[in-house]
Design a protein. Structure first.
Length: 373
Protein backbone atom coordinates (compact mmCIF):
# COMPACT_ATOMS: atom_id res chain seq x y z
CA UNK A 1 0.00 0.00 0.00
CA UNK A 2 1.50 3.35 -1.08
CA UNK A 3 1.33 6.55 0.94
CA UNK A 4 -1.55 8.93 0.23
CA UNK A 5 -0.88 12.68 0.03
CA UNK A 6 -3.62 15.30 0.13
CA UNK A 7 -3.16 19.03 0.74
CA UNK A 8 -5.77 20.96 2.71
CA UNK A 9 -6.24 24.73 2.98
CA UNK A 10 -6.22 26.60 6.25
CA UNK A 11 -9.89 27.54 6.51
CA UNK A 12 -12.74 27.86 4.01
CA UNK A 13 -15.88 29.80 4.85
CA UNK A 14 -18.64 29.48 2.26
CA UNK A 15 -22.13 30.90 2.26
CA UNK A 16 -24.25 34.01 2.24
CA UNK A 17 -22.29 37.13 3.21
CA UNK A 18 -19.09 35.13 3.67
CA UNK A 19 -17.19 38.32 2.82
CA UNK A 20 -18.16 39.67 6.25
CA UNK A 21 -15.63 37.25 7.72
CA UNK A 22 -12.82 39.28 6.12
CA UNK A 23 -12.24 40.81 9.55
CA UNK A 24 -10.62 37.49 10.44
CA UNK A 25 -7.65 38.54 8.32
CA UNK A 26 -6.51 40.40 11.42
CA UNK A 27 -5.65 37.00 12.92
CA UNK A 28 -2.79 36.66 10.45
CA UNK A 29 -1.23 40.12 10.35
CA UNK A 30 -1.47 43.77 11.26
CA UNK A 31 -1.00 45.49 7.91
CA UNK A 32 -2.45 43.79 4.82
CA UNK A 33 -1.43 44.43 1.26
CA UNK A 34 -4.80 44.39 -0.54
CA UNK A 35 -4.54 43.26 -4.16
CA UNK A 36 -7.29 43.56 -6.79
CA UNK A 37 -7.77 43.98 -10.51
CA UNK A 38 -7.99 47.38 -12.17
CA UNK A 39 -11.74 47.95 -12.28
CA UNK A 40 -14.28 45.38 -11.08
CA UNK A 41 -13.58 45.56 -7.34
CA UNK A 42 -13.71 49.36 -7.32
CA UNK A 43 -16.67 49.81 -9.68
CA UNK A 44 -18.78 47.16 -7.98
CA UNK A 45 -18.26 48.62 -4.51
CA UNK A 46 -16.50 45.44 -3.38
CA UNK A 47 -13.23 47.27 -2.75
CA UNK A 48 -14.81 49.88 -0.48
CA UNK A 49 -16.64 47.17 1.42
CA UNK A 50 -13.46 45.13 1.88
CA UNK A 51 -11.46 48.15 3.04
CA UNK A 52 -14.15 49.00 5.61
CA UNK A 53 -14.28 45.42 6.92
CA UNK A 54 -10.52 45.46 7.39
CA UNK A 55 -10.54 48.90 8.97
CA UNK A 56 -13.31 47.87 11.36
CA UNK A 57 -11.09 44.98 12.42
CA UNK A 58 -8.36 47.47 13.31
CA UNK A 59 -6.10 46.97 10.29
CA UNK A 60 -5.40 49.63 7.67
CA UNK A 61 -4.78 48.08 4.27
CA UNK A 62 -2.38 49.21 1.56
CA UNK A 63 -4.00 48.98 -1.88
CA UNK A 64 -2.48 47.61 -5.08
CA UNK A 65 -5.13 47.64 -7.83
CA UNK A 66 -3.10 47.24 -11.01
CA UNK A 67 -3.46 43.53 -11.76
CA UNK A 68 -3.99 42.74 -15.44
CA UNK A 69 -5.39 39.52 -16.94
CA UNK A 70 -2.65 36.88 -17.17
CA UNK A 71 -0.36 38.94 -14.91
CA UNK A 72 3.37 39.11 -15.49
CA UNK A 73 6.43 39.23 -13.24
CA UNK A 74 6.71 43.07 -13.26
CA UNK A 75 3.20 43.35 -11.79
CA UNK A 76 4.09 41.00 -8.94
CA UNK A 77 7.31 42.91 -8.31
CA UNK A 78 5.47 46.24 -8.19
CA UNK A 79 2.94 44.84 -5.72
CA UNK A 80 5.67 43.34 -3.55
CA UNK A 81 7.67 46.59 -3.58
CA UNK A 82 4.60 48.47 -2.37
CA UNK A 83 4.09 45.92 0.37
CA UNK A 84 7.72 46.02 1.47
CA UNK A 85 7.81 49.82 1.50
CA UNK A 86 4.76 49.88 3.76
CA UNK A 87 5.87 47.02 6.03
CA UNK A 88 2.93 44.81 5.09
CA UNK A 89 2.89 41.44 6.83
CA UNK A 90 -0.19 39.90 5.20
CA UNK A 91 -1.64 39.77 1.68
CA UNK A 92 -5.34 39.82 0.79
CA UNK A 93 -6.28 38.95 -2.79
CA UNK A 94 -9.76 39.78 -4.04
CA UNK A 95 -10.82 38.97 -7.59
CA UNK A 96 -10.39 36.26 -10.19
CA UNK A 97 -7.39 34.03 -10.60
CA UNK A 98 -5.14 36.85 -11.77
CA UNK A 99 -5.58 38.95 -8.63
CA UNK A 100 -5.27 35.96 -6.34
CA UNK A 101 -2.17 34.63 -8.11
CA UNK A 102 -0.48 38.03 -7.86
CA UNK A 103 -1.39 38.12 -4.17
CA UNK A 104 0.23 34.73 -3.62
CA UNK A 105 3.35 35.57 -5.62
CA UNK A 106 3.68 38.93 -3.85
CA UNK A 107 3.43 37.11 -0.52
CA UNK A 108 6.43 35.07 -1.61
CA UNK A 109 8.46 38.24 -2.23
CA UNK A 110 7.46 39.79 1.09
CA UNK A 111 9.46 37.05 2.79
CA UNK A 112 11.97 36.08 0.09
CA UNK A 113 14.43 38.13 -1.98
CA UNK A 114 13.79 39.02 -5.61
CA UNK A 115 13.76 38.06 -8.46
CA UNK A 116 10.53 36.10 -8.62
CA UNK A 117 11.78 33.65 -11.23
CA UNK A 118 13.96 32.04 -8.56
CA UNK A 119 10.80 30.45 -7.18
CA UNK A 120 9.22 28.93 -10.27
CA UNK A 121 8.95 25.18 -9.80
CA UNK A 122 8.23 22.91 -6.86
CA UNK A 123 8.96 24.18 -3.33
CA UNK A 124 11.75 26.61 -4.26
CA UNK A 125 11.09 29.19 -1.51
CA UNK A 126 13.85 30.05 0.95
CA UNK A 127 11.28 31.04 3.59
CA UNK A 128 7.52 30.50 3.86
CA UNK A 129 5.41 33.15 2.16
CA UNK A 130 3.60 35.82 4.15
CA UNK A 131 0.06 34.78 5.21
CA UNK A 132 -2.55 35.02 2.46
CA UNK A 133 -6.31 35.54 2.50
CA UNK A 134 -8.28 35.14 -0.74
CA UNK A 135 -11.78 36.09 -1.86
CA UNK A 136 -12.71 34.77 -5.33
CA UNK A 137 -15.09 36.67 -7.59
CA UNK A 138 -15.20 33.94 -10.25
CA UNK A 139 -15.93 30.22 -10.06
CA UNK A 140 -12.98 28.88 -11.98
CA UNK A 141 -9.36 29.07 -10.92
CA UNK A 142 -9.75 27.96 -7.27
CA UNK A 143 -6.58 29.86 -6.48
CA UNK A 144 -8.17 30.57 -3.10
CA UNK A 145 -7.28 27.01 -2.02
CA UNK A 146 -4.37 25.92 -4.20
CA UNK A 147 -0.62 25.79 -3.69
CA UNK A 148 -0.03 27.34 -7.11
CA UNK A 149 0.49 30.82 -8.51
CA UNK A 150 0.71 31.12 -12.29
CA UNK A 151 2.58 34.16 -13.61
CA UNK A 152 3.73 35.17 -17.10
CA UNK A 153 7.50 35.34 -17.55
CA UNK A 154 7.91 37.92 -20.36
CA UNK A 155 11.52 36.94 -21.06
CA UNK A 156 10.56 33.31 -21.62
CA UNK A 157 7.24 34.29 -23.25
CA UNK A 158 5.61 31.57 -21.16
CA UNK A 159 3.44 31.05 -18.13
CA UNK A 160 5.40 29.78 -15.13
CA UNK A 161 4.17 28.29 -11.89
CA UNK A 162 5.21 28.72 -8.28
CA UNK A 163 4.21 25.57 -6.41
CA UNK A 164 4.62 25.83 -2.64
CA UNK A 165 2.55 24.65 0.29
CA UNK A 166 3.06 27.94 2.13
CA UNK A 167 1.10 29.87 -0.54
CA UNK A 168 -2.09 27.94 0.19
CA UNK A 169 -4.23 30.77 1.63
CA UNK A 170 -4.84 30.65 5.38
CA UNK A 171 -8.41 31.82 4.82
CA UNK A 172 -10.70 31.55 1.76
CA UNK A 173 -14.07 33.29 1.71
CA UNK A 174 -16.57 31.89 -0.80
CA UNK A 175 -19.40 34.37 -1.26
CA UNK A 176 -21.48 33.50 -4.31
CA UNK A 177 -23.05 36.97 -4.34
CA UNK A 178 -19.69 38.30 -5.56
CA UNK A 179 -19.96 36.20 -8.74
CA UNK A 180 -23.47 37.35 -9.74
CA UNK A 181 -22.21 40.21 -11.90
CA UNK A 182 -19.97 37.97 -14.00
CA UNK A 183 -21.21 38.13 -17.63
CA UNK A 184 -22.32 34.94 -19.39
CA UNK A 185 -19.18 34.46 -21.48
CA UNK A 186 -16.86 34.75 -18.47
CA UNK A 187 -19.17 32.61 -16.36
CA UNK A 188 -18.91 29.86 -18.98
CA UNK A 189 -15.18 30.23 -19.55
CA UNK A 190 -14.15 30.35 -15.90
CA UNK A 191 -16.52 27.47 -15.21
CA UNK A 192 -14.75 25.43 -17.88
CA UNK A 193 -11.42 26.19 -16.23
CA UNK A 194 -12.81 24.52 -13.10
CA UNK A 195 -14.19 21.65 -15.19
CA UNK A 196 -10.76 21.20 -16.81
CA UNK A 197 -9.08 21.18 -13.40
CA UNK A 198 -11.38 18.43 -12.19
CA UNK A 199 -11.19 16.35 -15.36
CA UNK A 200 -7.41 16.57 -15.74
CA UNK A 201 -6.80 15.91 -12.06
CA UNK A 202 -9.11 12.89 -12.29
CA UNK A 203 -6.95 11.42 -15.07
CA UNK A 204 -3.64 12.35 -13.47
CA UNK A 205 -1.43 9.48 -12.31
CA UNK A 206 -0.59 11.61 -9.27
CA UNK A 207 -4.19 11.39 -8.07
CA UNK A 208 -5.51 9.11 -5.38
CA UNK A 209 -8.80 8.05 -3.82
CA UNK A 210 -9.22 11.38 -2.02
CA UNK A 211 -8.49 13.59 -5.01
CA UNK A 212 -10.64 11.42 -7.28
CA UNK A 213 -13.61 11.85 -4.93
CA UNK A 214 -13.24 15.64 -5.04
CA UNK A 215 -12.88 15.55 -8.86
CA UNK A 216 -15.99 13.48 -9.42
CA UNK A 217 -18.09 15.63 -7.13
CA UNK A 218 -16.86 18.78 -8.86
CA UNK A 219 -17.52 17.36 -12.34
CA UNK A 220 -21.05 16.33 -11.43
CA UNK A 221 -21.81 19.73 -9.91
CA UNK A 222 -20.42 21.69 -12.86
CA UNK A 223 -22.16 19.48 -15.43
CA UNK A 224 -25.43 20.40 -13.72
CA UNK A 225 -24.90 23.97 -12.58
CA UNK A 226 -22.88 25.62 -15.36
CA UNK A 227 -25.45 25.35 -18.19
CA UNK A 228 -28.20 26.14 -15.70
CA UNK A 229 -26.57 29.30 -14.38
CA UNK A 230 -26.21 30.68 -17.90
CA UNK A 231 -29.99 30.53 -18.12
CA UNK A 232 -30.49 31.91 -14.59
CA UNK A 233 -27.60 34.29 -14.05
CA UNK A 234 -28.89 35.65 -10.74
CA UNK A 235 -29.74 32.27 -9.21
CA UNK A 236 -27.65 32.42 -6.05
CA UNK A 237 -27.96 28.69 -5.38
CA UNK A 238 -26.49 27.82 -8.78
CA UNK A 239 -23.74 30.41 -8.30
CA UNK A 240 -22.96 28.88 -4.91
CA UNK A 241 -22.87 25.39 -6.42
CA UNK A 242 -20.39 26.55 -9.05
CA UNK A 243 -18.18 28.25 -6.48
CA UNK A 244 -18.08 25.13 -4.31
CA UNK A 245 -17.39 22.93 -7.34
CA UNK A 246 -14.49 25.14 -8.40
CA UNK A 247 -13.03 24.96 -4.90
CA UNK A 248 -13.40 21.16 -4.79
CA UNK A 249 -11.53 20.91 -8.10
CA UNK A 250 -8.79 23.14 -6.72
CA UNK A 251 -8.39 20.95 -3.65
CA UNK A 252 -7.89 17.93 -5.91
CA UNK A 253 -5.48 19.92 -8.07
CA UNK A 254 -3.11 20.42 -5.13
CA UNK A 255 -2.42 16.70 -5.07
CA UNK A 256 -3.07 15.48 -8.61
CA UNK A 257 -2.10 18.47 -10.76
CA UNK A 258 -3.17 18.84 -14.38
CA UNK A 259 -2.20 16.85 -17.44
CA UNK A 260 -1.58 18.11 -20.98
CA UNK A 261 -4.69 20.21 -21.59
CA UNK A 262 -3.57 23.05 -19.34
CA UNK A 263 -0.07 23.19 -20.82
CA UNK A 264 -1.50 23.29 -24.33
CA UNK A 265 -3.98 25.99 -23.31
CA UNK A 266 -1.16 28.19 -22.03
CA UNK A 267 0.20 28.24 -25.59
CA UNK A 268 -3.07 29.68 -26.95
CA UNK A 269 -3.16 32.31 -24.21
CA UNK A 270 0.41 33.46 -24.73
CA UNK A 271 0.30 33.50 -28.55
CA UNK A 272 -3.26 34.71 -29.16
CA UNK A 273 -4.34 36.31 -25.89
CA UNK A 274 -7.21 33.85 -25.55
CA UNK A 275 -8.53 33.75 -21.99
CA UNK A 276 -7.31 30.84 -19.91
CA UNK A 277 -10.72 29.24 -19.38
CA UNK A 278 -11.69 29.55 -23.03
CA UNK A 279 -8.35 28.09 -24.15
CA UNK A 280 -8.88 25.08 -21.90
CA UNK A 281 -12.44 24.58 -23.12
CA UNK A 282 -11.42 24.78 -26.80
CA UNK A 283 -8.84 22.03 -26.46
CA UNK A 284 -10.44 19.75 -23.89
CA UNK A 285 -12.60 17.58 -26.23
CA UNK A 286 -9.60 16.85 -28.44
CA UNK A 287 -6.90 16.26 -25.82
CA UNK A 288 -9.11 13.94 -23.78
CA UNK A 289 -10.30 12.00 -26.83
CA UNK A 290 -6.68 11.55 -27.96
CA UNK A 291 -5.64 9.87 -24.70
CA UNK A 292 -8.98 8.28 -23.81
CA UNK A 293 -7.85 4.71 -24.51
CA UNK A 294 -5.37 5.00 -21.63
CA UNK A 295 -8.20 5.45 -19.09
CA UNK A 296 -11.12 3.19 -20.12
CA UNK A 297 -12.84 2.97 -16.72
CA UNK A 298 -12.49 6.65 -15.89
CA UNK A 299 -13.58 7.76 -19.35
CA UNK A 300 -16.66 5.57 -18.98
CA UNK A 301 -17.43 7.35 -15.70
CA UNK A 302 -16.99 10.73 -17.38
CA UNK A 303 -19.35 9.72 -20.17
CA UNK A 304 -22.01 8.88 -17.59
CA UNK A 305 -21.59 12.32 -16.02
CA UNK A 306 -21.98 14.00 -19.43
CA UNK A 307 -24.71 11.56 -20.52
CA UNK A 308 -22.85 10.59 -23.69
CA UNK A 309 -21.36 7.52 -25.33
CA UNK A 310 -18.31 9.20 -26.87
CA UNK A 311 -16.19 11.53 -24.75
CA UNK A 312 -15.19 13.83 -27.61
CA UNK A 313 -18.79 14.29 -28.71
CA UNK A 314 -19.92 14.72 -25.11
CA UNK A 315 -17.39 17.47 -24.41
CA UNK A 316 -18.13 19.23 -27.71
CA UNK A 317 -21.84 19.15 -26.93
CA UNK A 318 -21.14 20.57 -23.48
CA UNK A 319 -19.13 23.43 -25.03
CA UNK A 320 -21.96 24.15 -27.46
CA UNK A 321 -24.44 24.39 -24.58
CA UNK A 322 -22.15 27.03 -23.08
CA UNK A 323 -21.81 28.99 -26.36
CA UNK A 324 -18.11 28.14 -26.52
CA UNK A 325 -16.51 27.61 -29.96
CA UNK A 326 -15.98 23.97 -30.88
CA UNK A 327 -12.86 24.37 -33.01
CA UNK A 328 -9.66 26.40 -33.15
CA UNK A 329 -10.68 27.87 -36.49
CA UNK A 330 -13.86 29.28 -34.89
CA UNK A 331 -11.61 31.01 -32.37
CA UNK A 332 -9.59 32.66 -35.19
CA UNK A 333 -6.53 30.43 -34.82
CA UNK A 334 -4.57 30.34 -38.08
CA UNK A 335 -3.80 26.97 -39.62
CA UNK A 336 -0.33 28.16 -40.63
CA UNK A 337 0.43 28.65 -36.92
CA UNK A 338 -0.25 25.04 -35.97
CA UNK A 339 3.35 23.78 -36.35
CA UNK A 340 4.67 26.55 -34.09
CA UNK A 341 1.84 25.95 -31.63
CA UNK A 342 2.72 22.25 -31.52
CA UNK A 343 6.33 23.14 -30.68
CA UNK A 344 5.19 25.39 -27.85
CA UNK A 345 2.78 22.75 -26.56
CA UNK A 346 5.60 20.21 -26.49
CA UNK A 347 7.65 22.55 -24.30
CA UNK A 348 4.79 23.73 -22.08
CA UNK A 349 3.58 20.21 -21.36
CA UNK A 350 6.95 18.79 -20.33
CA UNK A 351 6.18 19.26 -16.62
CA UNK A 352 2.91 17.33 -17.02
CA UNK A 353 4.60 14.20 -18.38
CA UNK A 354 5.19 12.59 -14.95
CA UNK A 355 1.40 12.67 -14.43
CA UNK A 356 0.57 11.08 -17.80
CA UNK A 357 0.20 7.40 -18.66
CA UNK A 358 2.06 7.91 -21.92
CA UNK A 359 4.89 10.06 -23.23
CA UNK A 360 3.81 12.69 -25.74
CA UNK A 361 6.02 13.92 -28.57
CA UNK A 362 5.74 16.64 -31.18
CA UNK A 363 3.73 14.40 -33.48
CA UNK A 364 1.10 13.86 -30.77
CA UNK A 365 0.59 17.58 -30.21
CA UNK A 366 0.42 18.19 -33.95
CA UNK A 367 -2.27 15.52 -34.27
CA UNK A 368 -4.36 17.02 -31.47
CA UNK A 369 -4.14 20.53 -32.91
CA UNK A 370 -5.03 19.36 -36.41
CA UNK A 371 -8.05 17.53 -35.02
CA UNK A 372 -9.05 20.60 -33.00
CA UNK A 373 -8.73 22.91 -36.00
Amino acid sequence: MSDTLFYMPGRVIAGQDALNHLARAAEFGKKPLLITGKSFARQSGLLARAQKLLADAGVQSVLFDQVEPDPAIPTVQAAANLGRNNNCDLVVGIGGGSAMDVAKAAAVLLRNPSPLNRYFGQEKLDRPAAPIVCVPTTAGTASEVTRYAVIVDPQANAKKTIAAESIIPRLALLDAQLTIALPPDLTAQTGMDAFSHALEAYLSTAGNLLSDAFCLQALQMIAHALPAVLAEAKNINLRHEMLLASTLAGLALNTAGTIINHGMAYTLTIRYGIGHGLANALLLPYTIAYIADDYPKKISRLCRILDCEDIEIGLLDFNQRLNIPTSLSEAAILQDDLPALAQSCHLNCARAMPRMKRRMDLHDYSQILQRAF
